[in-house]
Design a protein around this ligand. Structure first.
Ligand code: PRX
Length: 566
């Protein structure tokens, strides 16, 4: 067992310039994440090392070396260039966790275009909102998701190409084109577009309280943070087999499911299958996973199955466990010690931060229930919500805030300057979360500071759900709020008032739920709909979700002086 550095040693020894040096990047030179994750690793003599071992739910397997990753991403890149995709244009990845998703991401970046990954479980409405906002030029998808794209493409004049990776003999329609990554002629050499540090790289959509989802724009320089945090926080070492079970439709699945591991030349494994405890343990054992990056909801699902099941599998390869997305409760840390003989290390970050910002490090004493301390190079604090000054006393709740300027910070919200500006106060970036700091400098998460619902680690915006609810002919007004849930932490609950002539009924509830599931996603589907006569509103007529949320959480509502009808 090697000696791990203490937090203080890490603080003094780490800097972003160290990452630049290790990546061989000189400020001012071209910098391209796609090249860094593939060609560079081959040049380091690792062309034959496995980059990806992929398995689907049936157990079918595919293996790709770093040289395969280099050549196949070239192949995708030159296909896109031949279609006329220009640097800076958005290319959406709307795929299950198939190899084309991971390799396509690298390929898009090599052309200088912007990768826009979207969760393949999104329904047509969620997809439409994000493609229309981003003015996306091309979408790479599978046959099984094509019907959703076909439904909306007439309203998306900018969407010039619909690329289908498994079209087979299926008839294609206008603007659709087939591309078989592994059957296409392999492109050995591709002139990678010379993006620079500030060139746009990835556009990830995330939900806020107001308005439709916002596109957080990242740049190629983000690799500096992602490389270093993957190496230090996830403790990645050359002979690791790494599993990040997050979907690249969300930021964890790109920052730490593609860029972090591959820029470090690490072999990663992917399971393209939904959650199943037995299957996951089998996968961990069969693949001899050493480092596993997961999420509290998954851990709670595993906890439900008890500790006998993990003991039936040989999980001795596991060396390091980390988690992200929601509060990692103390019990989950303690359970993982029992089940795996190791704790999960909590990591905190966001779509906007692009990389881990507050975390528990290997070698640092864990306080179960705490998110740990800032990553060296990140200045994080807790601000008084009125003055936006750091709170001086331990244990006092405030807003989590970061000093702007770390490499993977998002550069703007796509076409939403006002939303971007609203995230900064008094020289700090506000995460939109509340926490307290203890006397040792550990952060303790308390909750969101807005109405966003965090269900199973995925943020869902109330506005998006309410807009979809209002499209139902029976719905007059609606409010979507979080409701506590033992596994997903929060689920969506909708309060609905009905139009004249409609009566509440279980059938109507089911119909509305299904509609949201299909149009938005299973995550956004309300688990419960409560039909009410009226919703609490301010004097100016704005629905006050806070009151409904507090009711669900049995919390005191606080000041109601601005509320009209409660
Ligand atoms: O509320 C925090 C919660 O997830 C939000 C970020 O969500 P998203 O942008 O979708 O990115 C998720 C994965 C990076 C945060 O503002 N969150 C994330 N990690 C934690 C967390 N809440 C508590 N503890 C965490 N470790």
């Amino acid at each position: 067992m090697r000696n791990l550095p203490s937090y203080e040693e890490l603080l003094s020894g780490l800097s972003w310039s160290l990452a630049e040096r290790e990546l061989g990047y000189q400020p001012g030179e071209p910098l391209n994440i796609g090249w860094m994750c593939s060609d560079r690793i081959c040049r380091l003599g690792q062309a034959d090392k496995l980059a990806l071992i992929w398995e689907d739910y049936l157990g079918n397997e595919k293996r790709f070396t770093f040289d395969d990753l280099r050549v196949l991403s070239n192949t995708i890149a030159s296909f896109l260039v031949e279609l006329g995709i220009q640097p800076g244009e958005r290319v959406c990845l709307f795929l299950d966790r198939v190899p084309e998703l991971y390799i396509g991401f690298v390929g898009i970046l090599k052309t200088g275009a912007v990768a826009q990954p979207l969760f393949s479980a999104f329904g047509d409405e969620s997809l439409f909102v994000r493609l229309a906002d981003a003015k996306t030029s091309a979408i790479i998808t599978q046959k099984k998701h094509l019907h959703k794209v076909r439904k909306i493409r007439e309203e998306l004049p900018e969407l010039r190409h619909i690329i289908v990776v498994d079209a087979g003999d299926s008839p294609l329609q206008a603007r659709e084109v087939a591309f078989r990554m592994e059957q296409a002629p392999r492109v050995e050499n591709f002139a990678v577009y010379p993006t620079t540090a500030e060139s746009p790289s990835v556009l990830h959509y995330t939900s806020g309280t107001t308005g439709q989802p916002k596109g957080a724009q990242h740049v190629h320089y983000s690799i500096v943070s992602q490389y270093l945090t993957a190496k230090i926080v996830l403790d990645l070492r050359p002979d690791d087999t790494y599993w990040c079970n997050a979907d690249p439709g969300w930021v964890t699945g790109t920052s730490y499911g593609i860029v972090g591991p591959w820029s470090n030349g690490i072999t990663q494994v992917v399971l393209d299958s939904g959650f199943n405890a037995e299957r996951w343990y089998e996968f961990l054992a069969k693949r001899r996973v050493t480092v596993w990056y997961s999420a509290p909801t998954a851990i709670r699902l595993l906890m439900k199955e008890g500790t006998d099941l993990p003991r039936k599998h040989d999980l001795s390869s596991l060396r390091y466990l980390a988690s992200v997305g929601e509060p990692l409760n103390g019990e989950a840390v303690i359970w993982s010690e029992e089940a795996f003989g190791k704790p999960f290390h909590d990591t905190f970050w966001q779509t906007e931060t692009g990389s881990i910002v507050i975390t528990n490090f290997p070698g640092m004493p864990i306080k179960p229930g705490s998110m740990g301390k800032p990553f060296p190079g990140i200045t994080a604090t807790v601000l008084n919500p009125r003055t936006y000054e750091p709170v001086s006393q331990p244990g006092v709740a405030g807003l989590i805030a970061l000093r702007p300027g770390w490499p993977s910070q998002f550069r703007y919200y796509w076409r939403n300057e006002a939303g971007f500006q609203a995230k900064f106060k008094n020289g700090w970036y506000l995460c939109g979360d509340r926490a307290s700091l203890d006397a040792d400098g550990y952060f303790w998460f308390m909750g969101r500071d807005d109405d966003v619902i965090n269900t199973g680690g995925h943020l869902v915006g109330p506005f998006e759900i309410e807009s979809a609810l209002l499209e139902h002919p029976a719905v007059y007004e609606s409010a979507a709020v979080a409701k506590p849930d033992p596994v997903n932490m929060e689920v969506v609950k909708a309060y609905v008032t009905l139009k004249r002539g409609y009566e509440p009924s279980p059938d109507l509830e089911l119909e509305i739920m299904n509609r949201i599931r299909k149009r938005l996603s299973p995550l956004a589907m309300p688990q419960e709909i409560e039909f009410v006569d009226s919703l609490p509103k301010t004097r100016s007529g704005k629905i006050v979700r806070r009151i409904l949320r507090c009711k669900e959480f049995h919390e005191p509502v606080g000041d109601l002086s601005t509320v009209m009808n409660e």
